[in-house]
Design a binder for this molecule. Structure first.
Ligand code: SF4
Ligand code: SF4
Length: 374
């Protein structure tokens, strides 16, 4: 296993981290983790040199943290970096945050967390967290020794990201990045900004929700003629190539995935890609983006929608469908938007139309999104 510095925290982290959000479970029931199989997977990851385990309050319908607490011996606990997250959408005050932290420490059977992240910050939750003084609460928890490193995971525009980044001296962040979405959310720019500040940078969605691990469209796979790697390997190697990335989180379900990813981590140091390979990724990105049917730039000028429709997300998942020709996976992702923010809530009020610099017929497109993915 390869290790990199976790920013200037003084920690050394395996370049492959284990995300405990896709553990083996009974079909259709994420709550029912198959204990023995999942335990074997985590123990094998540790044996392969993985030293960061990441979970969250809500993973596996709140069963993931307790599972890790059950299987980690006190010795193993001390040897690894254990990471979990504050469910910001359920927190209004510092007392709420303390209540969650207490319960999480109990579930994980530990007195401290190596890494604690504000989970899934977007503009709305960031405003709420900032007004409630949660960043300052996190700093106090560090002083009390309940948290060692404090940061955030993020899903919103680059502008919001820079606002979060400049608020305090964060230790680390967890950002989405893959070779297609270099300008989406915080993007590659955001990764480099955090690294320049000395923060540890953890990456999620290196395979774009699994899409980049499947069969690549013909025009995309033609771009990769110069390489011998599988689609999943292509996705992971592109992220590991970036020196500012500390580690890549992967939610692994099978032993085969774990073994393949660990072997790839071994052979993928920063700067592992040749100029020819980098050119191939550039062409592949363009080939993917040419397949996006809705020319939405994710600028979010159309937001907020009075009905709560998550307009850019709806368009993004529809484009996932056209780019990857994978209807089932796109439906699953669209399902995460949920009843409250889905395209079906649009009542054609028209408020978003004049705000869209691309002049998109947003209500018509939302209807198409919902009839395809709903
Ligand atoms: S037209 Fe639809 S999407 Fe646009 S602001 Fe109105 S309700 Fe929201
Ligand atoms: S304003 Fe237009 S281009 Fe920007 S996110 Fe909304 S729909 Fe997409």
């Amino acid at each position: 296993m390869r290790y990199r510095k976790l920013g200037v925290t003084g920690e050394s982290v395996s370049t492959l981290a284990f995300g405990a959000m896709r553990l083996p479970h009974e079909p259709g029931d994420p709550e029912s983790i198959i204990h023995e199989e999942a335990q074997d997977l985590v123990y094998r990851a540790l044996a392969l040199g993985v030293n960061l385990l990441d979970t969250a309050w809500n993973y596996h319908r709140e069963k993931s943290e307790g599972f890790l607490g059950d299987i980690l011996s006190p010795g193993e606990r001390k040897r690894i970096l254990l990471s979990t997250k504050l469910p910001c959408w359920m927190v209004e005050t510092p007392d709420d945050a303390s209540g969650f932290l207490d319960k999480q420490l109990k579930r994980l059977r530990t007195d401290w967390l190596d890494i604690y992240l504000l989970h899934g910050l977007n503009r709305r939750t960031w405003m709420k967290m900032r007004a409630a003084g949660i960043p300052e609460w996190g700093a106090r928890m560090k002083e009390e020794g309940r948290i060692r490193l404090f940061g955030f995971s993020f899903h919103d525009s680059y502008e919001t990201y820079t606002d979060v980044l400049s608020h305090m001296n964060w230790d680390l962040c967890l950002l989405m990045l893959n070779y297609v979405d270099t300008e989406y959310q915080a993007g590659l720019r955001g990764v480099l900004d955090a690294a320049a500040k000395g923060m540890g940078v953890m990456i999620m969605e290196p395979l774009r929700g699994g899409f980049l691990a499947g069969n690549l469209p013909k025009k995309v796979s033609e771009c990769f003629r110069v390489t011998r790697h599988s689609p999943a390997a292509l996705g992971l190697r592109w992220v590991w190539n970036i020196a500012g990335v500390s580690t890549v989180l992967s939610g692994m379900t099978t032993m085969a995935q774990l073994e393949e990813n660990a072997a790839l981590a071994d052979s993928s140091p920063a700067g592992c890609l040749s100029p020819g390979e980098l050119e191939a990724y550039k062409m592949a990105r363009e080939a993917f983006l040419a397949r996006a049917e809705i020319p939405c730039t994710q600028c979010e000028y159309c937001m907020p929608c009075p009905q709560g429709v998550a307009i850019p997300w709806c368009f993004n998942y529809y484009n996932y469908f056209t780019m990857h020709a994978d209807l089932e996976q796109a439906k699953t992702l669209y399902g995460f938007i949920g009843e409250r923010y889905g395209a079906h809530r649009c009542n054609r009020c028209g408020a978003c139309l004049e705000r869209c610099p691309r002049g998109l017929s947003i209500p018509d497109l939302l209807e198409k999104v919902h009839s395809t993915l709903g």
